[in-house]
Design a protein around this ligand. Structure first.
Ligand code: IMP
Length: 219
């Protein structure tokens, strides 16, 4: 049984404005006062984990202990099947110190072309691990994915990071072309979030809907 969140303030343990915006949007229905780690001047711990879940947990725990409040962290990235899952947990690092995702997306395209991968095999998936940690070190973690196809050049200027080159299965638009609400309905972050809400916010008005999303057997 997961520990329930019963506070009123939640720290979003991220300095990434795009992620803070998306997580705040997702939390809007739950009447939680959301503060970001950047706003509170909390330090960013080094991401030394080997998996998305390990990195999400260490970021959430560091923020919860520093702020003495429950903290939610996201570790996420894009895994390209033909590149053996790269950039994966190194997705942010591929953008370099200037956080230039044009550079990171160009590197993916170059590596796919160097390997001679056929276009129909440019399969990829986003992964999101969400960890909710409390100041006493307890942590709950949920992982979501969304699968799709890569496209070059990238399309659209909405979203952030690798959104322009990712077309989710069943859609014609890239994440970079979709309205935020459309992306939020199907994203890796939304999938992890639905599990988090069902487990840790079970009394929230939307939790039963989230539970149905998270567990296909409930549909
Ligand atoms: P980290 O979780 O802070 O290590 O950063 C993960 C990186 O993955 C982000 O900086 C983005 O570049 C990328 N990423 C994660 N989620 C998304 C998404 O929803 N759209 C586009 N890029 C994403």
């Amino acid at each position: 049984m997961a520990r329930r969140f019963d506070g009123s303030t939640l720290i979003v343990a991220s300095h990434n404005a795009g992620k803070v915006r998306e997580i705040s949007d997702l939390l809007r229905p739950f009447a939680v006062d959301v503060r970001s780690a950047g706003e509170l001047g909390l330090a960013e711990p080094e991401e030394t984990g080997q998996t998305f879940a390990e990195n999400a947990e260490l970021k959430a725990r560091a923020a919860a202990q520093a702020a003495r409040l429950p903290a939610l962290a996201d570790d996420s990235g894009l895994c390209v099947v033909a590149l053996d899952g790269a950039p994966g947990i190194y997705s942010a690092r591929w953008a370099g110190p200037d956080k230039d995702f044009a550079v990171a997306m160009a590197r993916i395209e170059r590596e796919l072309l160097d390997r001679g991968t056929a276009q129909q095999d440019w399969r990829a998936y986003f992964v999101c691990a969400l960890s909710l940690a409390w100041p006493d070190g307890h942590c709950e973690t949920f992982v979501g994915e969304v699968h799709g196809q890569l496209v070059f050049p990238g399309r659209g200027d909405k979203g952030f990071g690798y959104d322009p080159i990712f077309i989710p299965d069943g859609y014609a638009q890239s994440f970079g072309e979709m309205e935020p609400d459309a992306k939020h309905a199907i994203s890796h972050r939304a999938a992890a979030f639905a599990q988090l809400i069902a487990a840790c916010f079970p009394d929230a008005p939307d939790a039963s809907a989230s539970r149905a999303d998270a567990d296909p057997r409930a549909n």
